[in-house]
Design a protein around this ligand. Structure first.
Ligand code: RIB
Length: 337
């Protein structure tokens, strides 16, 4: 039969209230020898506090909710691992949910997590947003947004990447390699990070006196299917010698379609992605991309959330993380005519 808090009290020679205080870290009025004796007996009896019972007392479940678009995208896989590692280090469990970039599903999951009494939520928002709807939703638990921006009320912290500069550096690298006609395959433009990447693309062209042509920008989703279909259905005109992609999955999909058309990468078309997911260094040719430190983004977002929940940090934190260009074999100097 499972060991109860009553057994621990009896074996320790103290009251149940004393054991409860020690378990919940509210033991400032208890002598060190008693605390050590109770903790030793808990260890020896392999006692695990009943979380539900404890939450009645502390109103804390030591559980955090993490809401992301899709854990199958390696960008989010690493992000979840970073989030889970810091939660574990700080004594919290993590529940995560996949929204498939569906705002209705996102809102449903946020409600479910609050019903399950999570102590806080970290949210990488769906790529399709509704600002007017969200601004009428006040999320009643501590919440930190990461990677993508959201419009809910109550968001107390943000961790975002400098997407503008990441895109600017990627396109500037192509331009310095002699490319002038550069396509941009973008994810959904409903979110700030996509708009920032488009602005970075545009500014790099402008700073090098290269005209911007709207028909060189194709908007889809952050998926390999979009990258593949966009290149399968339309071969870029001969003048296009480079493609900047909104993320690595789009880039890898596009590369596969171009190879099927015997278009050589990078000799005929140079390709740059965004994220630096682990497979990007394994594909052939290895993908030039913009590295987002996804593990650190997840780790720092949940660390910020816990600090806010434990009142160790003021709310309304905003942290911006730099993205770094990683040049590999999928880009090269533009061939002379
Ligand atoms: O790969 C998924 C994309 O959406 C990444 O670029 C990341 O920023 C996420 O928001």
């Amino acid at each position: 039969m499972a060991v109860t808090i009553k057994d621990i009290a009896r074996l320790s020679g103290v009251s149940i209230a004393t054991v409860s205080k020690i378990i919940n870290g509210k033991d400032s009025d208890i002598g060190k020898p008693t605390i050590e004796r109770v903790k030793r007996i808990i260890e020896e009896q392999n006692y695990t506090p009943n979380i539900v019972a404890r939450s009645m007392v502390t109103k804390k479940t030591k559980t955090i909710g993490l809401v992301i678009p899709d854990v199958r995208n390696p960008f989010f896989t690493d992000l979840v691992r970073g989030a889970e590692d810091v939660a574990n280090e700080r004594g919290y469990s993590l529940l995560f949910c996949n929204t498939d970039d569906d705002l209705k599903k996102e809102i449903k999951y946020i409600n479910n997590l609050i019903e399950k009494q999570v102590d806080g939520i970290a949210l990488a928002g769906a790529a399709v947003r509704d600002q007017s709807l969200e601004e009428n939703i006040d999320i009643k638990v501590p919440i930190v947004s990461l990677d993508r921006n959201v419009y809910f009320k109550g968001v107390e912290g943000k961790i975002e990447v400098d997407n503008f500069t990441g895109a600017y550096d990627a396109v500037t690298h192509l331009i310095k390699s002699g490319h002038k006609r550069i396509m941009f395959l973008s994810g959904q433009l409903n979110i700030k990070l996509s708009k920032d990447r488009l602005e970075g693309y545009k500014r790099a062209l402008a700073d090098n006196n290269i005209e911007y042509y709207e028909n060189l920008v194709v908007v889809g989703k952050y998926t390999s299917e979009f990258g593949y279909e966009s290149m399968k259905n339309t071969t870029p005109d001969k003048a296009v010698t480079a493609i900047f992609c909104g993320n690595d999955l789009i880039a890898i999909g596009a590369m596969n379609a171009l190879k099927e058309k015997n278009i050589r990468i990078p000799e005929d078309i140079s390709i740059v992605g965004f994220d630096d997911i682990y497979i990007s260094s394994l594909v052939t040719p290895a993908l030039t991309t913009v590295r987002q430190p996804s593990y650190e983004i997840g780790y720092q977002a949940v660390e910020m959330l816990i600090d806010i929940m434990e009142s160790k940090k003021e709310a309304s934190q905003k942290r911006e993380i730099k993205a770094e260009l990683k040049v590999r074999e999928s880009t090269c100097k533009r061939r002379s005519e």
